[in-house]
Write a protein that binds this ligand. Structure first.
Ligand code: C5P
Length: 274
């Protein structure tokens, strides 16, 4: 029995994370959101006031390589919307040295800085080690948690990001490049932020110890579209591991697909190759 790796790459807000989580749950695989590791590095940079990637690069790389990043997947049994059918999207909790930073790594401040932090080769090298270690842990968990009758199925991991199929796991058994129109992506991200805004607004007080407060003003769809475009431009045009379609990737444009259609397209492809 061998391990099976699924790499899902694509531009910002193309639905990689929720798709990857549903695919992982369907196949009983582990899941790693590689963007969240870059977001943790960015949060550390904001907290330590390191925004100059010339001078600050080495100390930030050192900080992130000594930090403990954990990505915890809580299997979900509830179907969130009728369109999901029997699919479920597990929740993911991101822990940075034991602190739950799941929300704080998705603020507009982090969105604005993350591509700059991720363009630095020292940071990418530090994050690469974290990615491979988390993947090895997740893969072994997915193998040992299998029931006896699933023993002939491979254990595996789904990782999403920008360079998973090209740089991190060039030998991945299945590579997906997930894309959608710029407007579809901006609207989805706007929806997501509004849900987050509702939850944040219900919280009585912000933790005074945290240096990055949730932003009071959330951007419009047009502002989000511009932010995504700027981030994609930086991710595509950087020198180190730019966002590229791997030659052996299957390209899925999900602008006009339902969530279930795209998830089952990927799980069918995976099962064919197992
Ligand atoms: O996937 P997400 O939008 O959370 O990623 C945030 C940022 O992290 C991306 O815009 C990109 O700059 C960086 N990233 C990366 N390589 C990855 C994953 C994310 O450079 N594999």
């Amino acid at each position: 029995r061998r391990d099976f790796t699924i790499a899902i790459d694509g531009p910002a807000a193309s639905g990689k994370s929720s798709t990857a989580r549903a695919v992982a749950q369907e196949l009983g695989f582990g899941y790693i959101d590689s963007g969240s590791i870059y977001r943790c590095a960015t949060l550390l940079a904001l907290r330590q006031n390191i925004t100059d990637m010339g001078e600050g690069s080495a100390s930030l790389a050192d900080l992130i390589s000594h930090a403990k990043v954990d990505i915890k997947v809580r299997p979900s049994t509830s179907h969130q919307t009728p369109s999901l059918g029997r699919l479920a999207v597990p929740e993911v909790q991101v822990l940075l040295d034991g602190e739950d930073v799941s929300r704080e790594i998705r603020t507009p401040e982090v969105n604005r800085l993350v591509a700059k932090i991720a363009s630095d080769s020292g940071i990418r090298q530090a994050v690469l080690h974290i990615q491979r270690k988390l993947a090895a842990d997740a893969e072994s968990r997915s193998t040992t948690s299998r029931s006896a009758d699933a023993n002939d199925m491979p254990g595996g991991v789904v990782m999403d990001g920008r360079d998973i199929g090209t740089t991190i796991f060039p030998g991945a058994e299945l590579k997906i490049y997930l894309d959608a129109s710029a407007m579809a992506r901006a609207i989805r991200r706007w929806d997501e932020m509004n849900q987050m805004k509702d939850v944040t607004a219900q919280k009585p007080a912000h933790d005074p110890k945290a240096s990055v407060a949730p932003a009071a003003v959330y951007p419009s769809v047009e502002e989000i579209a511009r932010e995504l475009e700027t981030r994609d431009y930086a991710d595509i045009n950087r020198e180190n591991s730019p966002l590229r379609i791997a030659p052996d990737a299957v390209v899925i444009d999900n602008t006009n697909l339902t969530f279930a259609q795209q998830v089952y397209t990927i799980t069918d492809l995976a099962r064919e190759r197992m």
